[in-house]
Design a protein around this ligand. Structure first.
Ligand code: F6R
Length: 599
């Protein structure tokens, strides 16, 4: 969804190499085009083009630009094709100002029309270009960069994280609304960025600006103006600094071919880290338990699938009515909420626009809890309570380790809520089971060679295995571009069975437990229609092994209640290896971005 970085270095050091390095760490947010602008000798220099960072850098040598302050952008196109002219940074009429932007300016057409009438000439098809034109217009009336940006954000509507430079002022000015922006304090200089992996190498002390605050970076430090345009006291700013404990290495591939594979392999550590949050979860549950009689999970995509597992757990273990709503649909269900409802928002990024809008709506009536991976993000500031999943940075666009961490947090929450804290012991064994699955994945690599030609897949499971089927299908779709559909195993015969033949492989998820026999009947149903069955189940299950064409065996045996935390791993690997077989980059699926900051 686009990534931005701004940096000003002390001691006149050249900023372009650092901007290039930092923006490269945000490539998971957009990879249609890249651009950098610096100021040198009272002149704005811009290098930008469409293509991924490597391609554009080979062509333009992006690090070779003079100047000690500048801005950078990776784009995920929304308004206008990926092209050089539509790439950021964009400039004003007189090329005095350059701007990078993440978000969408909803009223840009009206603004553009007015500016065109005033004689402005636009170069691109983007919504963003109105921003530098407005800033330039106000600066031409005598305002400085900060004040011109204030005037501009009073006019634009929508979502934005903006960083701007001007050739006449040695500073970077940034602001945000409904889009993420952090500010970083480093030894060499000062930063703004869409997300912390961009600046981990250079700055550990982080500030999280509030909406419509104006952040001003100079060689001397960071100043912030509140939304009424008053400077915030430096002591208050200092008290808000948070030091991040993520290391730069965490955002590197460390010998793996792709981040996705690295992150799949980090899942046992991620779950262990999540489990260290038990006491915080206990405190939250103790505070809320007697106050609520209903729970509602709200999330998108993979986080929605983690939420569905939460419904199975809470209804069966705690007997509390629980529903799950897709965040973008939440606004249609707000009438029946009350202060006895706890609304739990699941979001790895903490910045998903649909989820943030749902938190705002929920806060009006109900208690809100956010389960989030990235510290200090908007969801954590909006919700009444926060649980951090502590999975570490996830760079691959497809969520893997953050999903398992969400599940681990939801399991702990459900066990504690249902007075079954003793069951957390079962969770403590999960990291070991995950490592066991990861020990030998050669059979999945083999199977992926056969399945890479398929056009459609079904994934089926019952009970706790149903959300795994949905998540397995989503992973397949997003990184292999093969159509995958997750179905409740018992529901297949109510329609989709008509589609099943020898051309559609069916992945059957069937851990030992109450549902196993019924799922085996569903396996037989698809097999008798000619489907190629790939089953994930227990190594001790002779029936499943003898009936399936291919099997991935999970050992030691885990019950279906715990199975989601382990059985998803072979499905993530299946998608990963099929993507590799199809020569696709699993870290950067087409049309997708890591953090979806538009509705
Ligand atoms: C899929 C994926 C997306 C996200 C969804 C919500 O692999 O990553 O479906 O799960 O966009 O994102 P968060 O959890 O950041 O709110």
């Amino acid at each position: 969804m686009c990534g931005i970085v701004g940096c000003i270095l002390k001691n006149n050091e050249k900023v372009a190499p650092i901007l290039l390095d930092s923006i490269s760490k945000l490539e998971y947010r957009g990879y249609d085009s890249i651009g950098i602008a610096t100021v040198d000798d009272n002149k704005i220099n811009i290098k930008k083009d469409d293509g991924n960072i490597k391609e554009v850098n080979n062509k333009l040598d992006l690090a070779d630009m003079d100047g000690n302050y500048g801005i950078a952008h990776v784009r995920w196109a929304t308004h206008g094709d990926p092209s050089k002219i539509n790439s950021h940074p964009h400039t004003d009429e007189n090329e005095k100002i350059a701007v990078v932007h993440n978000g969408i300016i909803e009223n840009y057409l009206e603004i553009k029309e007015q500016l065109l009438n005033e004689g402005h000439v636009f170069k691109s098809e983007t919504d963003t270009e109105v921003i530098p034109h407005l800033i330039g217009k106000y600066m031409d009336k005598g305002l400085d960069l900060e004040s011109a940006i204030r005037e501009t954000i009073n006019i634009i509507e929508g979502s934005y994280a903006i960083a701007a430079i001007c050739k006449e002022e040695e500073k970077i000015v940034a602001t945000r609304k409904n889009s993420p922006l952090i500010a970083g304090i480093g030894e060499k200089g000062f930063f703004v960025a869409s997300d912390s992996p961009a600046i981990l190498k250079y700055a550990k002390d982080i500030l999280y600006p509030e909406e419509r605050e104006i952040v001003i970076l100079t060689e001397d430090g960071i100043k912030i103006k509140d939304e009424y345009d008053n400077y915030i006291d430096s002591e208050i700013i200092e008290s808000k600094i948070e030091t991040i404990d993520w290391t730069p290495e965490m955002a590197e591939k460390e010998g793996y071919d792709y981040f996705m594979l690295k992150e799949i392999n980090e899942q046992s550590t991620a779950v262990k880290n999540t489990l260290t949050g038990k006491e915080e979860i206990k405190n939250i549950v103790n505070e809320l338990k007697d106050e609520i009689n209903r729970i509602c999970f709200v999330a998108c995509g993979t986080s929605y699938h983690a939420s569905l597992t939460g419904k199975y757990l809470i209804e069966s273990l705690a007997g509390i009515p629980t529903e799950v709503i897709i965040a973008s649909e939440f606004e249609y269900f707000t009438n029946a909420l009350d202060d006895k409802t706890l609304i739990i928002f699941i979001s790895q990024s903490g910045e998903t626009a649909d989820t943030l809008l749902a938190i705002d709506a929920a806060n009006k009536t109900s208690k809100t809890l956010a389960i989030v991976n990235v510290v200090g993000t908007a969801a954590t500031r909006k919700a009444d309570y926060v649980i951090y999943t502590q999975a570490g940075p996830e760079i691959g666009v497809a969520a893997t380790k953050t999903y398992l961490s969400q599940l681990a947090a939801i399991y702990m929450f459900s066990f504690i809520l249902s007075d079954k804290e003793y069951m957390i012991k079962e969770l403590e064994k999960v990291p070991e089971y995950i490592d066991e699955v990861l020990k030998d994945t050669s059979s999945i690599e083999e199977i992926s060679k056969k399945f890479k030609y398929a056009d459609d897949f079904f994934f089926i499971g019952r009970g706790y295995s149903y959300p795994i089927a949905l998540e397995g299908a989503l992973k397949l779709k997003e990184i292999t571009y093969i159509h995958g559909e997750g179905y409740a195993a018992g529901e297949l015969k109510h329609g989709p069975l008509a589609l099943i033949d020898q051309n559609i492989p069916v992945v059957v998820i069937s851990p030992p437990g109450e549902n196993h026999k019924k799922t085996m009947s569903n396996l037989a149903e698809v097999q008798s229609r000619g489907a190629d069955v790939f089953a994930i189940g227990s190594c001790d299950d002779d029936f499943l092994i003898s009936k399936s064409d291919d099997v991935f065996c999970i050992s030691p045996e885990v019950d279906e209640l715990i199975a989601p935390l382990i059985y998803i791993v072979p499905l993530q690997l299946l998608s990963y290896y099929v993507a590799i077989e199809r020569k696709l980059d699993p870290d950067k699926p087409r049309n997708l971005a890591k953090c979806v900051t538009v509705e």
